[in-house]
Design a protein around this ligand. Structure first.
Ligand code: NAP
Length: 533
């Protein structure tokens, strides 16, 4: 059986960064990747309109000055093909590809207490062993099809957005149905509305969307960005979400009404997540503030959508602004002003079945050439559930987390020694501008492995008390925010997956600086909460 000191599952943004750090530290590392090539999120999601919602230059890796100097972003919010090119550029530059094995879907990982190793088995039966197993499997990588009768019956082309084909998909002259209006659906719908003959959007719950205001980056701008990388990354280190946008410390009602609305207009006209993460802090915590800002956003939708009845359908009524992930959009609302775009509210006319020729609602048949399911993911824990992790005494991770994940810092869970989760559930790194959060954890994990090597430790496992303490803290951080009262993947809900119908504490909402500080303190105290042997 092939043996390595470290195996990383996943060659996306996280796996690539972790491999870079471990190669630097001299570890013999193998990355196992299910896809045909590297890139993770940016390898799979090829649907039209897919792009960063983070400023490109705040998302890329910060770990190499040379890389920062050599890479030019061409748009403020870079599209998927460029993001994939970037990750390939990084892998080639640092000679990482030789340590990656593609088309290698991990099916099972079994802990061996006798020799402190994991045995990792692939879908094709190949087996590997390693003392340390690191997961870089993403938080939005377990795509989920809707539980709608007849999905397999459709004779035309159909797929989930995550599985958008690599070969070009002909859209011109086509009748297309899109199911789902989350961040993915919103990007897709806006992008294809003027390219297809007819677009039917099947919406269950609308989201509060905000303008992205993307623009090209000129060579002069890129030169300025390169000269200010230190400040950009410093800024990201200070904000809760790891973005250049940090919340405004003023209390909303302390700011005179006129000034408040002027500030909101400015946010609405500015690029990126500022409107969500740079707003008055209490907008996301206090119902009265949230209601007022939601009404401001509702007026924007009413102003942009010509048909008032359609506008009302696009305004969320069951949750306030920012309590679910805010989809960023480019002319999304204007798409509904087009004659070839129709919004179908499936609360009024539920989908009854998918037929051979399209989608049947309680009202009529919609015959189409293509059905796209933008129905999201079994978020955060789904990718873990799809692998049989078998720990001490044959315990399965899936069983341990049946009613929700429990972890120590989102990095480990008791009973699964030497399994290090990068961007695991309840970790601060998964809940941020991903490029930044990823660096927090991969630097920390690399230091940990060096520490274990230097001290001759072959086993690390967190204590039960430590994970109970962390779980309590994770819950406290949810309680602070209005998002804890809203059903979304942030709160672990998914109508298409069994057992995802109550709140699950899958994310860490305490902010990146707090998380980073906790990790640093833990390491400084000799990895407090972990038993090293
Ligand atoms: P999502 O936010 O979970 O949205 C899924 C959509 O499908 C929702 O509108 C949902 O309706 C609908 N849906 C699910 N099951 C359905 C069913 N059985 N019948 C009808 N409608 C159904 O998933 P997503 O849009 O793929 O986004 C997931 C996350 O990916 C985002 O929140 C974001 O973090 C990330 N993302 C990031 C970017 C970026 O950074 N650029 C872009 C895209 C996505 P309900 O709301 O009623 O459940």
């Amino acid at each position: 059986m092939e043996h390595h000191e470290v195996i990383i599952i996943g060659a996306g943004l996280t796996g690539i960064a972790q491999l870079y750090k471990l190669k630097e530290a001299g570890f013999d590392t193998l990355v196992l990747e299910a896809g045909g090539d590297l890139g993770g999120t940016w390898y799979w999601n090829r649907y039209p309109g897919c792009r960063f919602d983070s400023e490109s230059y705040s998302y890329g890796y910060s770990f190499s000055k040379e890389l920062l100097e050599e890479w030019d972003w061409t748009e403020h919010f870079s599209p998927q093909p460029e993001n994939l090119r970037y990750l390939n550029f990084v892998a080639d530059k640092f000679d990482l590809r030789a340590h990656m094995r593609f088309d290698s879907k991990v099916e099972r990982a079994t802990w061996n207490e006798d020799n402190h190793t994991w045995t990792v088995r692939l879908h094709d039966g190949a087996e590997f062993s390693c003392p340390f197993l690191l997961t870089a499997i993403g938080i939005l990588s377990a795509a989920v099809m809707p539980r709608i009768e007849g999905v397999e019956r459709f004779k035309g082309q159909s797929f989930h957005t995550y599985h958008w084909p690599q070969e070009p998909v002909e859209l011109a002259g086509k009748k297309v149905a899109v199911v789902g209006t989350g961040a993915t659906g919103v990007q897709l719908i806006a992008e294809i509305a003027d390219k297809v003959e007819q677009l039917y959007v099947f919406q269950r719950r609308p989201n509060w969307c905000a303008p992205l205001h993307n623009a090209p980056i000129t060579p002069e701008e890129m030169a300025k960005i390169k000269a200010s990388y230190d400040e950009i990354f410093d800024r990201c280190m200070q904000t809760a979400g790891g973005f250049i946008h940090g919340s405004d410390p003023r209390k909303m009602f302390d700011v005179p009404e006129e000034e408040r609305y002027a500030f909101w207009e400015e946010l609405y006209a500015s690029p990126g997540f500022g409107i969500w993460l740079g707003n008055f802090r209490d907008v996301l915590m206090d119902e009265r503030c949230n209601e007022q800002f939601s009404e401001f956003m509702a007026e924007k939708i009413r102003a942009r959508v010509k048909d008032p009845a359609v506008a009302e359908k696009l305004i969320p009524k069951d949750h306030g602004f920012g309590t679910r992930r805010v989809p960023m959009e480019t002319r999304y609302y204007e798409a509904y002003n087009r004659d070839n775009v129709q919004l179908i509210d499936i609360n009024d006319t539920p989908i009854e079945t998918v037929t051979e020729t399209g989608i049947r609602t309680s009202e009529r048949d919609f015959d189409v050439d293509l059905i796209v399911y933008a129905t999201g993911f079994d978020a955060v824990t789904g990718a873990f559930d799809r692998i049989d992790f078998i720990g001490v005494d044959d315990q399965k991770l899936r069983d341990k987390w049946e009613t929700g994940p429990i972890t120590h810092y989102g990095i480990q869970t008791h009973g699964f020694p030497n399994l290090i989760m990068l961007t695991g559930p309840q970790s601060g790194s998964g809940n941020t501008n991903f490029g930044r959060g990823v660096e927090d954890i991969v630097f920390w994990a690399a230091d940990l492995l060096v520490y274990l090597r230097e001290h001759g430790y072959t086993r690390i496992e967190n204590t039960v008390e430590a994970e109970e303490r962390w779980n309590e803290h994770v819950r406290d951080m949810y309680d602070m925010l209005l998002l804890s009262k809203t059903k979304s993947w942030f709160t672990g809900y998914n109508s298409n997956v069994e057992g995802r119908d109550t709140i699950r504490y899958v994310a860490y909402n305490g902010g990146a600086p707090r998380y980073r500080k906790r990790l640093a303190e833990c390491a400084a105290k000799g990895y407090e909460g972990f038993v090293l042997a």
